[in-house]
Design a protein around this ligand. Sequence first.
Ligand code: ZN
Length: 190
Amino acid sequence: MKLIEIPKEFHSDATGEPFDRCVSCGRDLRDPSVHYFIEKAVRNYSRHRTTDTIFEYAICFDCYMEVHKSLSEESRERIDAYFLRNVNMLARIRLLGETATPDMDRWLSRCLIKGVDRCETSEYQIMCECLGDRMLLTFAPYLVSAEAMDEIAGLLSNRTLDALNGFYDDFIGMPPELLPLLKDQPHLIL
Ligand SMILES: [Zn+2]
């Protein structure tokens, strides 16, 4: 498994620095033994060729597992099946394996599910997996367009949506302005 420096795109847009705290438990993410995920949602303003970050956070693996447990089994199975059906894993691994020096454009230029160019979707989410100050190159990082996020939202049961919203309410240290953005919408980190 390859480890690389965390690219700027996955730094916090709020601070311009790498994420250093888990949004939920506050754990220090610079500790090289800490495994965590970063998620960002971005809105495209194609006419102005600019983007705006809607929300961003880093969450450690332990806290992520808490979120994951709150999903109903039914929702989890549907999401797994959706990814299996829509993502050509082999083609992706081949594409990513071709480059000796990882070029983030290749990993993030298109929606993992729909193949649509990142510039041609109204919104997208990106996620990656990190270990301390390094990013892991696995299946992630990847980008998912608004169109695919809507489909993923449709796979979640009401019970799961309620549980997720409850979890966000309980997020300790979650900045209050982030809460309304996180609720009632799907996330890549499920
Ligand atoms: Zn945590």
